[in-house]
Design a protein around this ligand. Structure first.
Ligand SMILES: NC(=O)c1ccc[n+]([C@@H]2O[C@H](COP(=O)([O-])OP(=O)(O)OC[C@H]3O[C@@H](n4cnc5c(N)ncnc54)[C@H](O)[C@@H]3O)[C@@H](O)[C@H]2O)c1
Length: 309
């Protein structure tokens, strides 16, 4: 079945979502409360699709653009929509208003997903009849180039809605993660916050210049991070995997950050190991290291081929 997506709010993020969904084969209706905004978004969406096609990331830019229309208003956009991606301004008042309207006007089985960066869904969906079909689906700007989507359910969101949303975002090439319960900043911005606070402190205390700090990420940590996360990274950085790494380096990391060293041991470590799965055998580690090094080499070649700015 072709999904029919309503994009509610066709600014920066709404337009980029339209590219994702159109490229993924969906019928897309754009709407915006601003005069002419949805209509103007059409040409920006078409341009974005052309750029993806020029890079070989999608095949049929023109037919994808043909699946996107500017609706005459909210009710028209929601007509027949199976999935709604809301991208209105980041205020609680805006989210309360628009979700009340969406719940009233959208088909009862349509999923209502908010792009909000900071507001948990329980703050703007509690009173809604259809609150079970509402959730946060937080993208990273611009979602047509950065695929991560953080799915954050309210306590009353039905598990099958989260499962349907996850399958849907995967079907259009995004990478959804499920945040297991509501938390301010979700996951990405909490990680970013810790890094940024430490960066500011290190500069403030005169240990490094902002330029050298940036090099530490873009020519250091960030290279690996573009294709493996911190858990996959540390698994390869000690001979016997994550547990071994935690034994060797956990106390040091705890001391550097003022964290309780027990987060690297005991029950928490057991939980992480149980969720992560078996430690790889030495031959698997060697194979994975070769894979990592090939990816790093390819990335190095790509970076060398690009101007610095
Ligand atoms: N910009 C980012 O980097 C980023 C990243 C992730 C998530 N988000 C989230 O996406 C959402 C949208 O952000 P943006 O950057 O696209 O903002 P934006 O200002 O570019 O776009 C918002 C659009 O919503 C329209 N609008 C306002 N009220 C409306 C209504 N009632 N019905 C329909 N349209 C309405 C406005 O006219 C505007 O075109 C916010 O919740 C924001 O937190 C933004």
């Amino acid at each position: 079945m072709t999904e029919r997506v309503a994009i509610v709010g066709s600014g920066l993020i709404g337009r980029s979502w339209a590219i994702v969904f159109a490229a993924g084969g969906c019928e897309v209706a754009l709407t915006d409360s601003g005069d002419g905004v949805a209509e103007r978004a059409l040409s920006l969406v078409a341009e974005g699709l052309e750029e993806l096609a020029a890079l070989g990331l999608i095949e049929q830019a023109k037919s994808a653009a043909g699946r996107v229309r500017a609706a005459t208003g909210l009710a028209d956009a929601l007509e027949g929509a199976t999935f709604v991606q809301e991208n209105t301004p980041e205020t609680i008042e805006a989210k309360l208003d628009i979700f009340a309207a969406l719940d009233r006007l959208a088909a009862p089985d349509a999923i209502l997903a908010s792009s909000t960066s900071t507001i948990v869904a329980s703050r703007f969906t509690e009173k809604l009849k259809g609150r079970h079909r509402c959730l946060v689906a937080h993208p990273v700007n611009p979602p047509h180039l950065v695929p991560l989507v953080e799915l954050v359910a309210a306590p009353w969101t039905a598990p099958e809605i989260v499962a349907r949303a996850k399958a849907f975002y995967e079907s259009v090439g995004q990478v959804p993660i499920v945040v297991q319960s509501e938390i301010e900043g979700f996951i990405l911005n909490r990680l970013q916050a810790v890094l940024l606070v430490e960066a500011f402190r290190l500069v403030e205390d005169g240990f490094v210049t902002p330029q050298d700090l940036d090099k530490t990420i873009k020519d250091g940590l960030g290279l690996r991070w573009s294709f493996m996360g911190p858990f996959a990274t540390i698994e390869l950085n000690a001979p016997d995997g994550i547990a071994d790494y935690c034994r060797r380096y956990g106390p040091t990391f705890a001391r550097l950050t003022g964290a309780d060293p027990n987060i690297f041991a005991g029950e928490n470590l057991d939980r992480i190991l149980a969720q992560w799965g078996e430690a790889p055998k030495p031959d698997q580690v060697a194979k994975r290291m070769r894979w990592r090094d090939q990816r790093l080499a390819a990335l190095k070649a790509h970076k060398r081929s690009q101007p610095e700015r």
